[in-house]
Ligand binder design. Structure first.
Ligand SMILES: [Ca+2]
Ligand SMILES: [Ca+2]
Ligand SMILES: [Ca+2]
Length: 112
């Protein structure tokens, strides 16, 4: 795989161009992906629409009302959880290096 920073997650998600991705930027991207994945446009995602981006266990944890779907708020809550896991130095942003970790790659799955 070519390592081209210009097409990496930071270049793709860093809308304020400060070189890192903060939670707002991650949520903006996640929100757009949510709308794209919601193929039946009912405002929620079920496991089928999520296409394996979320594990069954995570899905259950993120769906406290247990109705079998994730609202956008529930989905963004999951994004926040993965964001915090990926931000290993706890500075509130995910850097290019942090995106390369296992937690970083899990976060990307929810963003685009
Ligand atoms: Ca940024
Ligand atoms: Ca749906
Ligand atoms: Ca960080």
């Amino acid at each position: 795989m070519l390592c081209n920073p210009a097409s990496g997650p930071v270049a793709r998600l860093d809308t304020d161009k400060d070189g890192t991705v903060d939670l707002d930027e991650a949520k903006k991207a996640a929100s757009a992906l949510f709308d794209k994945m919601d193929t039946n446009k009912d405002g929620t995602l079920d496991l089928k629409e999520l296409k394996g981006r979320v594990t069954d266990k995570e899905f259950k944890a993120a769906d406290p009302d247990n109705d079998g779907t994730l609202s956008k708020g529930e989905y963004l809550g999951l994004v926040e959880t993965r964001f915090k896991a990926a931000d290993s130095d706890n500075d509130g942003t995910v850097s290019a290096a942090e995106f390369k970790t296992h937690a970083g790659r899990s976060l990307i799955q929810l963003l685009y």
